[in-house]
Design a protein around this ligand. Structure first.
Ligand code: DAH
Length: 346
């Protein structure tokens, strides 16, 4: 074996390595190629070096020099490759995990109050600031509280099952918040100054101005010397606070079994300030409530002294007040839970 053969093979290994390293793409294939050429047991170069001892002495130096040169070159080449690949893998990882802090974030929807709740709270706040307390009453109510004790005569049309939801013969879904008047007077002695907001139910089909379930707020004041002027003053004060100081309130004679005299309450149109528009049908006024002086018959049901006490009451729709405040022309929107509608009140 001559050293020129050996050197020739070393050079062949070197060329083969130059071809092989082109296909090295990651740290794994880099380790493979390192093992293939330099492994202590079976590396191609290692095996070749084992031939050193078989060479004639005078050729060993040349062979050894070239072998060393090839080994150093392969090692250096592998080190460079390793650095390049490691850097590339790092850059890829960085790119994959990169955060663009200037991108807009995912906004989380935050819950908020329903428009009817906003308005109910506003109404409560106004009355509480005037010294009223807020009462509650059952939605499943007896015909006694809903009708009898409110002076509704036996055959009154409001009792008709075509208008009222009956749960049983004497139990119904309350058709108004007025029964809380009676419940309150049974509970406490005058002076009474309460409001009661709540849900009420009537057998109406859904349309822009009707719903089988809607909301009312009831007011009751009973004390010595309460007059119709107190009723009018309270309504005026409330409407000015709620709709704005230029709002006017007007009372028209009307009838409800539980008040005498009774009245229908109008406010000057909140859209045209009373000059006449489509909403108020050109009248300048919008009807918002029923009201009146507590009928003396009610005092008998609750054992109040009708000679000593007088009082007023009124009741109106919270849904209607909300619709007027926000200029909403369809009550159904309040109950459809469409986030595009509700989101406007956030
Ligand atoms: N409860 C009546 C209704 O639902 C409204 C009402 C009228 C309430 C006159 C009152 C009142 O307190 O005095 O139509």
């Amino acid at each position: 074996m001559s050293s020129s053969d050996g050197i020739g093979r070393l050079r062949a290994i070197e060329r083969q390595f130059d071809r092989d390293r082109i296909s090295v793409a990651d740290l794994k294939s880099l380790e493979d190629i390192r093992t293939r050429y330099l492994s202590r047991k079976a590396g191609l170069l290692t095996l070749e070096l084992q031939n050193l001892g078989k060479l004639p002495k005078d050729q060993r130096a040349d062979f050894g020099r070239v072998a060393n040169e090839v080994k150093l070159k392969i090692e250096a080449s592998l080190d460079t490759l390793q650095a390049t690949i490691a850097e590339r893998e790092k850059q890829t990882a960085l790119g994959r995990e990169a955060l663009d802090v200037t991108l807009p974030g995912n906004r989380r929807r935050v819950g908020h109050r329903h428009p009817l709740t906003i308005i109910r709270n506003e109404i409560e706040d106004i009355f509480v600031s005037m010294g009223y307390t807020v009462e509650d009453g059952p939605e499943v109510e007896s015909t006694y509280y809903n009708f009898d004790a409110l002076n509704f005569p036996a055959g009154h049309p409001a009792r008709d099952p075509r208008d009222t939801f009956y749960v049983s013969e004497h139990m119904i879904l309350r058709t108004h918040t007025s029964p809380v008047q009676v419940r309150t007077m049974e509970k406490i002695q005058p002076p009474v100054r309460i409001i009661c907001p709540g849900r009420v139910f009537r057998r109406d089909a859904f349309d822009p101005t009707h719903s089988p379930m809607f909301h009312q707020v009831e007011c009751l004041v009973v004390d010595e010397g309460i007059t119709f002027a107190d009723l009018k003053g309270t309504l005026e004060r409330f409407h000015k606070r709620f709709f704005g100081e230029k709002t006017k309130t007007r009372l028209r004679p009307s009838f409800f079994p539980f008040v005498e005299p009774g009245a229908e309450v109008d406010v000057s149109c909140v859209f045209c300030d009373g000059s006449g528009c489509r909403v108020c049908k050109g009248t300048g006024w919008i009807e918002v409530m029923g009201a009146g002086m507590v009928h003396p018959n009610l005092y008998q049901f609750v054992n109040y002294d009708a000679d000593k006490y007088t009082g007023f009451a009124f009741g109106g729709g919270i849904d209607r007040y909300t619709a007027l405040k926000y200029n909403i022309n369809d009550l159904q929107l309040f109950f459809q839970n469409d986030i595009r509608f509700l989101g406007q009140f956030a």
